[in-house]
Design a protein around this ligand. Structure first.
Ligand SMILES: O=c1ccn([C@@H]2O[C@H](COP(=O)(O)OP(=O)(O)O[C@H]3O[C@H](CO)[C@@H](O)[C@H](O)[C@H]3O)[C@@H](O)[C@H]2O)c(=O)[nH]1
Ligand SMILES: [Mn+2]
Length: 549
């Protein structure tokens, strides 16, 4: 193939992709919410079931998971309206033990946070920083000091022995065990769904569907909140912010609200781009302005995206249809029907529900039902959250992205290197699976309620892997031309050389500007204020001289 033709094909691809990006950025939109007005308009706030998934006690240390759980339990929302469901796909006694300890500590921690209006409610972050430290803000308040010390000391757990409740976890094979559901003080449910070697478990999507059903037979709240185990709540008002959108704009049919992923502890200036700040600032805000950002709990940066989703159950009434859709659990069908009628779940008889919970968490439960295809988290891609968001948008729902200050959730970004590459390979493979699957936005925009501009917005992320092929080919083209003594650009002395030069310069300067406006904003503004200070002192000097003259 001649270098001209290859260059033309690659450049055509870049032009189309640029058009898609412009579409994504065209209508940036920010939401502003006023949670302080929520109680006046909605004195009886709805219940919320909060889901945390964890899968591996080594890669996702239980201490991080319990901090996430504690930060969720301590949000500014009526405690009796919250329930927390933890799914452990690792079936680890260590994780269970940590959650038991966390549920005991929550009895002290939650009232402490609410009493002193603590801002960072994940203990490991709170005790690390010094913003709320008694020696600073509250030095004079000795009651606070006493409470603070109590928290700091009680936080240290005691050793675990594998007796009593823990015995269920001894000799358990991680990939071959029956369901374990435990209820703990402080409204925490710990679930290890049944796993069998030959049964597909569908990773996080499978875990989320089990939690959806278990919570359905337990507390059956009309709203759910989902975070990965390593994304703690950084803004205690987050549930109230979400309610402002979910309850406050009924005409907009918002299916889920999500928050950009924000990271702590990552290298300065994000040299590897793992925080995706430019993406969340320019592209995600832009897509929000079209119809709603795709569901990537931070997925793009992924590890943390978090969203709230309304139970989207369709209008089903016939008993046999219900069984076919939801599975055979009488209790779950009752809950689903109640949810369809818009009724809030009451606290059930826990011993009955425990049996029902084990039934709906079994690995055969989904056989022949709509779970994973039409209902719940959708299977078939390793990027199950985006897939689910796409199916929700196909049905004509909207979604929003909201960036409150301080950021709603925080997670730990990968710092770069092979781990980040493995993660991105997993994502791009999953995205291509969606691209060629039956929910592909190209077909959906013709056959469902997916808007054309939303289709383009989905294409922007789904063809991520294909983009790299064109970039690689284009980047190797100059070397190829040198070796074969051919060319694909005009010669330096030809005036047309200005066209590719101008494109190259404007594109890269624009990208640099976007990057600096997000990443380096604090440093730039610091430099700017130094410059302003210098200018003022020079100006003052000038005026003084002028005055003398
Ligand atoms: O079999 C599994 C595998 C994963 N998980 C949980 O799913 C979450 C995400 O999995 P992880 O391996 O951490 O993927 P990441 O790439 O770090 O996560 C990003 O990408 C995923 C795929 O798009 C999204 O589901 C996540 O929300 C997003 O943060 C974690 O809480 C895991 O514990 C399970 O519960 N069961
Ligand atoms: Mn993760």
């Amino acid at each position: 193939m001649s270098p001209w033709l290859l260059a033309f094909l690659c450049e055509s691809w870049f032009t189309i992709y640029w058009g898609i990006i412009v579409n994504c950025k065209w209508n940036p939109m920010d939401y502003k919410t006023y949670p302080e007005n929520l109680d006046k308009r909605f004195p009886d706030l709805p219940n919320v079931d909060m889901f945390v998934t964890t899968a591996d006690p080594v890669l996702e240390p239980p201490i991080i998971t319990v901090n996430t759980i504690l930060s969720l339990l301590a949000v500014d929302y009526p405690a009796q309206k919250l329930a927390c469901y933890v799914s452990d796909d690792g079936c680890s006694p260590l994780t269970f033990y940590s959650v038991v300890e966390a549920s005991k500590f929550a009895k002290l921690w939650v009232p402490f946070c609410k009493k002193y209006n603590i801002q960072v409610r994940a203990p490991f972050r709170y005790f690390l920083g010094d913003s709320d430290h008694p020696s600073n803000a509250y030095k004079a308040n000795s009651e606070f000091h006493q409470d603070w010390l109590k928290m700091k000391v009680t936080r240290k757990p005691v050793p675990c022995d594998l007796n009593g409740e823990f015995a269920d976890f001894s000799d358990v094979e991680r990939r071959n065990h029956s369901t374990i559901v435990k209820i703990m003080w402080y409204r925490i449910w710990f679930t290890c769904r049944e796993k069998r070697p030959k049964q597909p478990h569908n990773y996080k999507a499978g875990a989320m569907n089990v939690l959806g059903r278990v919570s359905g037979v337990m507390t059956n709240a009309p709203f759910m909140l989902n975070v990965d185990c390593d994304m703690f709540v950084n803004n205690p008002q987050v549930v109230r912010h979400a309610m402002c959108q979910l309850l406050g704009c009924p005409s907009e049919e918002i299916a889920f609200v999500q928050y950009p992923q924000v990271f702590y502890g990552s290298p300065r200036d994000d040299p590897y781009g793992n925080q995706f700040v430019v993406v969340s600032h320019y592209i995600a805000r832009g897509i929000t302005g079209i119809r709603g950002y795709d569901m990537r709990e931070q997925a793009v940066s992924i590890d943390e995206k978090s969203y709230m989703m309304k139970l989207e159950l369709g209008k089903l009434v016939d008993e046999t249809v219900l069984r076919k859709e939801f599975g055979n659990s009488e209790e779950f069908i009752n809950s689903a029907t109640q949810a369809l009628k818009g009724k809030q779940g009451a606290f059930p008889n826990l011993s009955n529900s425990l049996e029902a919970a084990c039934e709906v968490a079994s690995c055969n439960y989904e056989h022949g039902t709509s779970w994973g295809t039409k209902l719940g988290w959708i299977y078939g891609s390793t990027v199950e959250d985006l897939h689910t968001g796409l199916v929700i948008h196909n049905k004509g729902w909207n979604s929003t992205l909201h960036g409150p200050e301080p950021p709603a959730f925080m997670g730990c970004a990968l710092s770069g290197g092979p781990k980040a590459m493995t993660q991105q390979k997993r994502w791009v493979t999953g995205l291509l699976e969606i691209m060629i699957g039956k929910n592909s936005p190209i077909f959906s925009t013709l056959t469902t309620n997916l808007q054309f501009r939303m289709c383009l917005a989905y294409l922007w992320i789904l063809v991520w892997a294909l983009h790299s092929v064109h970039e690689l080919l284009y980047a190797t083209l100059p070397a190829y031309c040198i070796l074969t003594n051919s060319r694909f650009l005009p010669k330096v002395e030809e005036t047309t050389i200005w066209i590719p030069t101008a494109v190259f310069l404007t594109y890269n300067l624009h990208n640099l500007r976007e990057h600096y406006s997000c990443i380096a904003a604090p440093y730039l503004s610091a430099c700017a204020s130094i410059k302003v200070a210098i200018a003022i002192s020079w100006g003052a000097g000038g005026r003084a001289k002028g005055g003398l003259l």
